[in-house]
Each structure stands twice: as structure tokens, then as C-alpha cells.
Design a protein around this ligand. Sequence first.
Ligand code: SF4
Length: 456
Amino acid sequence: MLSVLDLFRIGIGPSSSHTLGPIRIAKRFLDENRNDLDRIARIEAELQGSLALTGKGHATPKAVMLGLCGVEPETLDSDEADRMVERIAQSKRLSLLATREIEFDPERDIVFAYHVMPDLHPNGMKLSAFDANGALLAEQTYYSTGGGFIATERQLRTPAKNDRVTSTHSVPFPFGSGAELLAHCARENASIEDIVYANEDAMRPRAETDARLDRVTAVMAACIDRGLVREGVLPGALKVTRRAPAIWRQLQAHPNANEPERLFDWLNVYAMAVNEENAAGGQVVTAPTNGAAGILPSILRHYCLNGNAPQRDARRFLLTAGGIGLLYKQRASISGAEMGCQGEVGVACSMAGAGLSAVWGGTPQQVANAAEIGMEHNLGLTCDPVGGLVQVPCIERNAVGSVKAVNAARLSLHSSDPSKVSLDQVIETMRQTGIDMSSKYKETSQGGLAVNVVEC
Ligand code: SF4
């Protein structure tokens, strides 16, 4: 089993598959060729498929340079990242894993292979290292498979057993489907949170898991706080103005107003604050991706952190949502380039609905029903980012997704019976829909809003 913590990675925006994944790929390539580091005189990174088609708007070249410099995404300061990339662009020199400088011209050494659409996964990246005479020292193609996960060709070709992602961890309650997860809960008279906790306990001490969950919560909350006050225009040709600060000011001006519709404003402003920070390259947590990073924090902030037991509720929310997220990762995909936006915002909505249902006291079946509802009404959602930027429709889509997740949680509590559509059926439906979806609508900016909205 994977860990739920693998779904909540701390990094920088704007994209987990196009920014975080490529940082990890470039660093991994050099780590795997450390013995040749002294001989490397030139590195070439070839971006393939969706990484080429939307890489510029998703800051993939920046990610490649940061990864070659050996940065750790979790501790990377976003302003320092910008300065590093600026220095490389000016000097045309780059320090491999921060140890040895070589010449590096981003215009020459990062190649956009628009014509290559890899068979294994649409986010391909080939790295090649050459010595001073131009002889090839090492070459490897990797894939950025969504949510910051990366894989080699061999790893992608290794079939998962019973839909379980291959992992070295052995856990007491392995599950590869919603049915298996619910069966564990019934047999052990346990919640989904309990089952996930027990599996995490097999990977590390409980205190460490709790500390990492609390850190995820803190980074999500800090991201909201920054996004609520940072004014201005987001990077890129669209010139999108940040909207969260204005909505936040209106809410602060009337803190005691209690019209029911203000609930939307709270959820919207938190989600948009995160996604505007993400679009600006700020620090965010994949949940389960960067593009969909606003939905879980919005609900976490409004329903967990404002309550009487914030730490307990936040951990319950993340563990439950994470357990559901693992099902999508294992049985389908959380990559917009493979599944469209149903695999990002749809999955986040499903995870958040499940987590909130658990916080509100839902049974395991009700939690599974919330997850199912959260996805069922996002099926077919396309990925068509305008200008290749993670801004339109992404920012508003997270706001709408957070409201939808709350409704999924509410609906789940009205019945104890299994839904007509099971969680496994809706995940499989998402997978099949994603496979059938035209590549125009899968993070290529070749269809949908991306071709009907004129950039200026
Ligand atoms: S449309 Fe959805 S999947 Fe595509 S970049 Fe935006 S948030 Fe990600």
C-alpha cells in the first residue's frame, strides 16, 4: 500500500504533474547517476506530450532547472526558487545538485517535443547527460503520473497486483477497492480513519504520522492566509486579477452577518486563496494535485479548524480523505493529462466529501457514499486550461468543487443504505471516461475553453 501522506506532498505551484513531478524527475536522474556527476558537461531535458503542450504555462522549464540544482520541494522557498531560475537564465550556468557548475542554456537544453505523445503516460520527460566530448553518459525517460508521483518506464510496465500500487510496505489492512475497505471496517468494527491509521502505523510511529498530518494542516492553513491578503495580478499572459482578497475584505466587513448564502463565500474564498497562491507559484500541498489543491483546505479550514477539536477533526478529515484518494490512485489515476479534470477536481471533491462526512459522524458506508456522490457529479469534467495556465477554469473550479463536496457530505448523512452506484463503480466509470476522452480535453490546451477564450 501507498501511504496517505504520499497524496499530501508539500511543494510549489502551479502544477503537481508539470512542476512538482519534473522537479523530482530531474533530481532523481542525477541521483541515479551520481557516479558520473564529475563527467557531466551537458544535460538535455526533452518534454513530451502534455509536459510539452502546457509546460510553459505550468512552469515546467523552471521545475527542470530547480530539480537539476537538487532542491527539496518541501523546503523550497518560492521567492528563492524564482531567483535561482533567474540567475540560471542570466548566467547560462547551473549547479548540478548544488555541487558542480555546468553550462546550461534553457532555450537550448530544454526541448519541447510537441510531436511526441508517449504511449505509457502523456507526461513524458527524457533526460540525457553528455560528457565534454558530447558522448552520451546516461539517458532515461520518466513519467510524471499526477500528484507529484513519478515513475520510470519499467515501473509503469510492472503490473499492479489486484489494483494495488507496488510498494515495499506491508500493512495489516491492505485494500485495493472500496468494497475491501468497507469489509475491513465491518470486520474490525472500525472507521475508515482507524483502518488507515493502522496501515500508517505499519510504516512509521504514530507520533510521526500525526506530526506530518499536522504539518500538512499548517501548510494548508498558511497558504490560505497568504492568499487572502496578497493582491495583484497572477503571472502569465491572461493577466488574471486575484479575487480572494476582495471577497475576504467583504466578509471581514460584516463578520456577524449570517445569511445562509454566505457559506458559499467562506468556502469560495478559502479555495480561491489557495489556488491563486498555487497559480503564483507559492507553497501548496497536493490534495491530491496542485490544480485541485484548494478544495480540501477550504473544507478543513471552515469545518475542522473553526471547531471545538480542530486537531482531532483535521487528522480525521485528512486520513479519511486520504484513504479514499488512495483508491483513485490505485484503481484509476489522479492525472489531468490521463483523466481530464474529473481526475483532479473530481477526485478532490470526492475525497473532501468523504472526509467531511467522517468529521460529521458518518458511518463508513455513509463516508463511501459521500465519496461516490462527490465523483458521480464530476464525471466527464474536462481539463482545458486557458493559455496553458492553471488559472481559468481551475481557480473557480476549486471554489465550486468545495461547495459540491459539502453537499455530497450532507446527502450522505440522510441514508444509511449503500448508494445505488457504489464507490468502486464510480471510480471505474471515471477511469473508462478518462480513457475515452479526447486528448484535446486532457491538459493539452487544444480544446474546450482553451480554444474558445482568446488570450490577450
Ligand atoms: S482544468 Fe482541472 S485538471 Fe486541468 S489544469 Fe485546471 S485544475 Fe488541473
